[in-house]
Design a protein around this ligand. Structure first.
Ligand SMILES: O=C(O)CCC(=O)C(=O)O
Ligand SMILES: [Fe+2]
Length: 314
């Protein structure tokens, strides 16, 4: 079964009601059956995408000292440059946060990088709200329910990733360990190196780069709210051979203080027991990041949504 492709043309052009209904249905079904899909006609300007690739490439090609000048200043929103250590590999990232918060740090030696990446951020954030509305409609929730529930946009994050290639003496072929994203939705752009895969029915399905398309995946927050009606697909990235790989992952997030538990519509109201106990979003996120950024962590120790699962009564 091929990864679904959902055409967002009618969302952008606001064409007829029938087209919109079909789009919402295609999107919802793709989330329900795969948790992973591609979108086309998403409205992101080519120029912004192309400039973002070029400028982040220039940034990652700078010397380590120069990149370290962009080290985060805030621990609350650690926008800026970072690098993984230890068993999680040596991937580098440049993290971009909501522009008007003022946390973003960019090198002055790469002209226009701020304007370009912040513009990309804002386009993706707009897309996030649209996708959230489609999900709202597909799930039959009251109008704007999800947008209002998830009204704090200050935690959205754009991660610009660079994965180094496998070295000759290297045995670790994993570029990014398998995981579920904890947020609501993630939007992914990858360069032509490829390597992204998601899990479906026990198999790993490759998601090769296709120009003009954007990958969307469902995060654990949606899985918890829908009482596992929607499932956040596990995904991973193989380590690139020969040359490094770049990607952009935009996390349409949720505020840390938000209490997440299955919505009554998907549990009590339909006579189903909740599959998860309630938790503050930050409990899931912080535990995940703390583990992931600690080089001594074993993969089995990384906390995910199942930590909050209520085991069925025998
Ligand atoms: O680099 C990619 O394609 C995927 C990145 C990812 O899964 C993540 O940042 O959560
Ligand atoms: Fe991910």
């Amino acid at each position: 079964m091929a990864t679904p492709i959902v055409d967002l043309a009618s969302l952008i052009t606001r064409s007829g009601e029938e087209d919109t209904k079909k789009m919402v249905n295609d999107f919802g079904k793709a989330c329900l059956e795969f948790g992973f899909l591609r979108i086309i006609n998403h409205g992101l300007p080519d120029e912004v995408i192309n400039d973002s690739w070029e400028l982040t490439r220039q940034f990652f090609d700078r010397s380590t000292d120069e990149k370290l000048e962009c080290k985060p200043v805030s621990t609350v929103l650690p926008a800026g440059y970072g690098k993984m250590h230890g068993s999680f590999g040596s991937n580098e990232w440049l993290m971009v946060c909501q522009p008007d918060l003022g946390f973003n740090i960019f090198p002055l030696s790469v002209p226009n990088i701020r304007e370009t990446l912040e513009e990309l951020f804002l386009h993706l954030q707009k897309l996030g709200a649209m996708v959230e509305n489609m999900m709202n409609e597909y799930l039959g929730l009251p109008t704007n329910f999800l947008n209002q529930f998830n009204d704090d946009r200050s935690k959205d994050v754009l991660m610009c990733w660079r994965y180094p290639p496998v070295a000759a003496d290297d045995t670790n072929m994993i570029g990014r360990e398998e995981h579920q994203d904890t947020n609501c939705f993630t939007f992914l752009l990858q360069d032509d190196v490829g390597g992204l895969e998601y899990e479906k029915d026990g198999s790993w399905i490759p998601v090769p780069p296709v120009e003009g398309s954007l990958v969307v995946n469902v995060g654990s927050t949606i899985q918890a709210l829908t009482n596992k009606k929607m499932v956040a697909a596990r995904h991973r990235v193989g380590r690139p051979k020969g040359r490094s790989r770049q990607s952009f992952a935009f996390f349409y997030n949720i505020g840390g203080e938000k209490w997440i538990e299955p919505l009554p519509k998907f549990a009590e109201e339909i006579g189903e027991a909740p599959k998860y106990k309630g938790f503050y979003y930050k409990e899931l996120l912080q535990a995940r990041l703390k583990k992931e950024r600690n080089p001594l962590t074993l993969r089995e120790e990384v906390l995910d949504l199942e930590h909050f699962a209520i085991s069925p009564v025998e």
